[in-house]
Design a protein around this ligand. Structure first.
Ligand SMILES: C[S@@+](CC[C@H](N)C(=O)[O-])C[C@H]1O[C@@H](n2cnc3c(N)ncnc32)[C@H](O)[C@@H]1O
Length: 400
């Protein structure tokens, strides 16, 4: 790289650090030093930028270091840069803008730094990161703690290889593992901290077993209705991890083994057809509850095995479907011309009754936000709750 580009990258890093301090994400001189030193551009030599294509949804356009003059500047923006779609498509595969679902990225630096601050590390601590991705957050931790204290695991071998090369080029040498991070990395345990940059439906017991008592796990809890909550748990001597949810609208791509099971066309058609005999009734809660950050989280806690899809009835309105393939249950919500929604349900689990019940009780206790929710797990039973005494609402997370 030319000297003037090195100088420009260094000044862009200082600008990024200033911005993250102003947003309140970056709070300590140690992490500021890491942001100023880690060359993010080496971790995102090529990435996808979202563009809106009328009638086609989001298209992903390639940005790379060879073809784009603004690449270096973009690399240091406080933005998430997607680096893989659909578990295989990389920017190099996409000469033209493409459709797809993000499966790997360099997370928003503000979020990475905020999580690192929340992790509350001290010199000498060993940290395990789940989801190496581009390796940028791994590099920040190496810079702060030293290579020998950082282990990172990535499930996707291609993503992991790129991260390993970028980390080497940037001068960092953490322990890198390719595999399913839900199993942790027992060979380098115990850790004082585990941080996940992918989300999970439930906390793996292995993480609790591999965290030193008094240590912490920082992870975004997620599910199939796209409800999210960043949780910080402390592991006790008794092997029980307990903690709270943090404020903020934070989301992460879900750990691959925790993704919703695919619903094939035939199964979907059969389940939708089963609604023909269902008795319709007016809904007391509409699907717009999913626009409410905590409302979406509560709905998901109520029906953790349900996934949502929207379909247009021929010459009719868009209908929201909630499908639970495990129990074979389905609910539909159809908008009424005069406002409101009609519910139809079929199968052993009345999915929308359960959502309405949970949302109704949550509203009754004053619609508490995420930061009032707590989580506890002994590695088997996992409970999320809010409130105490008569006002306590609690849900068990799915066992698998
Ligand atoms: C948001 S990206 C990580 C961002 C990364 N920390 C960075 O700063 O570039 C999430 C990563 O988690 C990985 N992942 C998903 N499921 C995983 C699993 N079960 N174990 C390990 N990594 C996983 C994905 O392949 C993806 O690369």
């Amino acid at each position: 790289m030319m000297i003037d580009q090195d100088g420009r990258a260094a000044s862009l890093r200082r600008r990024l650090a200033d911005e993250l301090e102003n947003t309140g994400d970056l709070r300590s001189p140690q992490w500021r030093r890491a942001v100023e030193r880690v060359p993010r551009h080496l971790f995102v030599p090529a990435f996808f930028q979202a563009t809106d294509a009328p009638g086609r949804g989001t298209l992903w356009a390639r940005v790379d270091d060879r073809e784009h003059d603004d690449w270096l500047e973009l690399a240091y923006r406080n933005e998430t840069w997607v680096t893989q779609l659909n578990g295989r498509v990389t920017p190099h595969d996409a000469a033209e803008p493409v459709q797809g679902d993000p499966t790997s990225s360099s997370t928003l630096p503000g979020l990475v730094v905020r999580m690192l601050e929340e992790l509350d590390v001290a010199d000498g601590m060993n940290v395990l990161e789940i989801g190496t991705g581009t390796g940028y957050s791994t590099a920040l931790m190496c810079d702060r703690l030293g290579d020998e204290h950082v282990t990172s695991i990535e499930v996707d071998a291609g993503v992991a290889a790129n991260a390993a090369a970028a980390l080497r080029a940037a001068g960092y040498a953490p322990r890198l593992v390719v595999g399913d991070g839900l199993g942790g990395v027992p060979e380098h345990a115990p850790y004082e901290r585990i941080i996940a940059t992918c989300s999970v439906r439930r906390i793996p017991r292995t993480w609790i077993e591999q965290t030193r008592p008094g240590g912490r796990i920082l992870v975004t809890m997620a599910g199939w209705l796209h409800g999210y909550g960043l949780a910080s748990l402390t592991v006790g001597e008794d092997g029980v991890a307990e903690g709270r949810f943090l404020p903020g609208t934070i989301s992460f791509m879900i750990a691959r083994p925790h993704a919703a099971p695919p619903v094939d066309n035939e199964q979907r058609s059969d389940m939708i057809a089963s609604l023909a005999d269902a008795d319709p009734r007016p809904a007391t809660v509409g699907p717009d509850i999913r626009q409410d950050w905590t409302g979406a989280f509560v709905a998901q806690l109520a029906v953790p095995d349900a996934q949502q899809l929207t379909r247009r009835v021929v010459a009719g309105p868009w209908v929201d479907y909630y499908i639970d393939t495990r129990s074979g249950s389905i609910a539909s919500l159809t908008p009424e011309p005069g406002g409101g929604w009609t519910v139809r349900q079929s199968g052993p689990v009345p999915l929308w009754d359960q959502v309405e019940d949970a949302i109704g009780r949550w509203r009754q206790v004053g619609s508490p936000p995420h930061e009032r929710f707590r989580i506890r797990t002994d590695g088997r039973v996992q409970t999320v709750w809010v409130g105490t005494g008569d006002a306590r609402l609690s849900w068990d997370l799915p066992a698998q």
